[in-house]
Write a protein that binds this ligand. Sequence first.
Ligand code: PEP
Ligand code: MG
Length: 551
Amino acid sequence: MGAIARCGTEGGNLVLILHGHAVCGGAAVGRLRFYRHGRVSAQLRHVEDAGQEIERLRHALSRAEQELEDLAENAEEQEAAEIMELHRMMLADEDFRAAMEGRIREKGIAAENAVLEVSAEFESLFSTMDDEYMRARSADVRDVSARLVRILTGAVAGGLDTSVPVIVAADDLAPSETVQMDKSRILAFVTMFGSPNSHTAILSGILGVPAIVQLGTDLLPEFDGKLAAVDGDSGTLYIDPDEETVAMIRQKQEDSQRIRQELENFRTKESQTGSGISVRVCANISTPEDLRAAVENGAEGIGLFRSEFLYMESGQRPDEDRQAMIYRRVLKEMGGRRTVVRTIDLGADKGAEWLKLPHEENPALGCRGIRLCFSRPELLHEQLRALYRASPSGDLAILFPMVTSCGEVKRLREMARQVREELRMEEIPFREDVPLGVMIETPAAALISRDLAREADFFSIGTNDLIQYTLAADRQNPHVEQYWDPYHPAVRELIRITAQAAREAGIPAAVCGELAADPKLTEYFISLGIHELSVSPPQILPLRRHICSLP
Ligand code: PEP
Ligand code: MG
């Protein structure tokens, strides 16, 4: 998007101005801090002396083996020790070693490049095997290779190195990275690449901090530590801003503060049009910490709790008790207002190291959401147990993501029935009447919504994925952004079909994708009989004010 430099008013310092794609509005001033990724990559490098490079590789291999041996010895759990031992055996594998050394010899590339190339081949080989155990090994290959590359390149573990609030800068951020950051230390997000429809962008919306993506490679890591100012409305980042720019950004902050105060009047108002049609305005949240923002902004309920973030934030699998405790807390804090928890929608861009997901060529079309749960039923079983155990604490509803057929919903309902049966046998209290809903986020689900309406207690239309899958435009890929058209007639038609099916079946239909907050569509949604719009907490009050202004 390009950068220009301008002379500051003091006459001395140069203000560098970068333009990107505005994702979340607002303004911020603070120090830039570059996020250090834990993930591994290596610049392609050619070497003169292949023999010497092979020696470097062998040295790294023995260091990695030593690390794994130490980890296995010190592991508290037998399972962890076994994994370390398995990784050590992989490193010792003759074929793996020969392939890496061969690559250095034939292509004259650096050891880390050879490791990455060979591991990608082994990963994809494992991931296409029939045997489920062997398929799962592809993630182990990725793990051991990452260890080797870290040793070879001296890369450090990821993180945000700060004790004060900063403007977080990065090339791009994965949802698993964003969710692990200390939110109280984030003033804004600015990235070189990234898509405005990604989950990272959605997370910044939930936090209510300004965010700009696609600032390009002019956003140099050397800027780390510099003072910067962010205008999230126009998508402008100022590096080394002069006094005039800082004053302009501060003014914007004051303006938004004033607008917020005006919106306060709508906190306890009913979301009702002039002609008396009521629409519930609810909150989308990703972690229990987002609850405060939801309540403060007057959410009438939680329309979408993206529960998979619980599985991504701590770096380990949350067990049933911990989950039940979290769901209980959310339900209690919502004090009887409907809380829709979506079962884990892991896969695609939402991975977690511990899950060891196999590599997929097209992960958005792969083993995501309920598909992952069908291949690893213990994950969903545990989550459903936790949800039902928490159910007496409030008004819970459960929502299933990535549905494409009625058979899937029948299977999910059966899993839920078995969990209820188990809890009954164990004499654990739960609510029998927890509604089970279906996300309509694939064209298939929308087209068969009449049939699905017989299996589901409610619908929630996930427009983010519905747009992605209908228009064949990857929401993560900025190069196909021009095909991502939220107003495309095909998307509208699928929403219309779904709303009609819900009306005919007498079940409620909500919209919970980012489109729910678009004021250009509010009247359209209301005309379709959509009963609930679920949006990021900072969008609740502007949307309610808009609904109240409608005839
Ligand atoms: C959606 O797809 O619209 C949705 C709400 O879910 P997510 O953005 O988490 O995929
Ligand atoms: Mg979705």
